[in-house]
Design a protein around this ligand. Structure first.
Ligand SMILES: Nc1ncnc2c1ncn2[C@@H]1O[C@H](COP(=O)(O)OP(=O)(O)OP(=O)(O)O)[C@@H](O)[C@H]1O
Ligand SMILES: [Mg+2]
Length: 359
């Protein structure tokens, strides 16, 4: 076992990216809105947020903490027929249904579910909903209309809102609750760290000092996944008993010191860009930012692949140009990068994530 962990009385690393409903913190207002939606028997809610903001965590919290029939689906089905299996798996078939292999089809599925749910309620939590295709959304709408006491929460990246509007206006009009997860506030960020440490046997926020935690909050903007990654990096790299604010280096987005520009080495610390700068970016830069907004960390190679800009002579021209653009975006504080083995990976800076979520 890791010596440090022993010293802090930890039985494992508290900062792994696992999702455990018992460790959920903050987002009280958003959680209340979701529970009100369910209690009031409303039909469709949207839960949106940038990658790593905590959508899956919130759905899992609801799944774990409600007594009704609750169905968590991690990805939208690829075809509407899959809804039949999704729903029938939830209700254990009766002996007769088993013997005669009675199974509903898509058309009589609502009646089947209504019968099973009887006077209760069904909570349907659909994750990664931004990936749902139109045909599946259409059937989902029909099912939601016809299953009497179903409350649905569809979670996805911020583009889910626009997606639903563009693909199926009739579904969009039925949305009664819109919840957006931005980031945790300062006290919830501290709570997140504390809960995880205590869950593995540690005490309070030890080895972090109060100031270190404040700094972590400032550096990560309170984005849960970034907070966990930062803490993980700190406990693995700092060789002291206590991790103080000076150990929490400036965030990666301002960590690009010693960038070589035209020969001499200059120290560089970009000011966070403004909303105006973001809206005024040239086309390709905007496309890259949008793509990173829908993803987490990406290599330049996968950015080239996914964007398929037609204007380049060859793949290697494209790769070189995208690399230059990414470098520019990093210097301007739009993206951050991290070395992973030999490659660099890029992600949005927390400041840009916040601006994008607000829009
Ligand atoms: N409110 C929270 N309290 C405690 N931990 C959280 C919270 N929100 C997120 N986390 C942690 O942060 C990490 C990322 O959260 P999660 O996977 O829920 O994000 P997401 O919005 O679903 O991201 P993606 O869009 O990439 O699926 C997880 O390890 C999770 O445990
Ligand atoms: Mg998720």
């Amino acid at each position: 076992m890791n010596e440090k962990f022993k010293k802090w009385n930890w039985n494992s690393n508290p900062f792994v990216l696992k999702i455990d409903p018992k460790l959920f913190t903050g987002y009280e207002e958003q959680l209340k809105a979701a529970l009100d939606h369910i209690d009031n028997g409303h039909k469709i809610a949207l839960l949106t947020g940038a990658t790593g903001s905590g959508k899956t965590s919130m759905l899992k919290w609801i799944e774990f903490n409600t007594r009704e029939h609750v169905l968590y689906v991690s990805k939208p089905p690829v075809s509407p027929e899959v809804f039949v299996d999704i729903f029938t798996d939830l209700f254990h078939p009766t002996l007769i249904e088993k013997i005669f292999r009675i199974k509903p089809n898509l058309h009589n599925l609502p009646q089947y579910v209504n019968k099973k749910v009887k006077t209760g309620k069904l909570i349907f939590l659909l994750d990664e909903a931004h990936e749902t295709d139109k045909n599946v959304l259409e059937w989902l709408r029909v099912l939601i209309d016809q299953i009497e006491s179903v409350s649905v929460i569809m979670a996805g990246l911020p583009n889910l809102e626009q997606n639903v509007r563009d693909k199926l206006e009739t579904l969009d009009q039925r949305i009664t609750t819109r919840i957006s997860l931005q980031a945790l506030d300062k006290s919830s960020t501290k709570d997140l760290i504390k809960k995880r440490i205590e869950a593995v046997g540690g005490s309070g926020i030890i080895p972090f000092t109060e100031q270190a935690v404040d700094r972590i909050f400032e550096n990560t903007g309170g984005f849960p996944r970034e907070v966990l990654k930062k803490c993980n990096r700190l406990i693995n790299t700092v060789e002291k008993d206590e991790i103080d604010f000076s150990d929490v280096q400036e965030h990666r987005e301002v960590e690009v010191s010693n960038v070589r520009v035209d020969g001499p080495i200059v120290t560089f610390s970009p000011k966070p860009p403004s909303k105006e700068q973001l809206t005024n970016l040239p086309y390709k830069q905007k496309k890259i930012i949008e793509l990173l907004g829908r993803s987490d960390w990406l290599t330049p190679g996968s950015i080239v692949e996914q964007l398929e800009f037609k204007s380049y002579k060859s793949d290697s021209h494209a790769a070189r140009s995208i690399n230059n653009i990414l470098h520019r975006l990093m210097l301007d504080g739009f993206v951050q990068r991290e070395a992973r083995g030999k490659a660099f990976m890029y992600a949005l800076t927390s400041k840009i994530k916040t601006i994008m979520v607000e829009n």
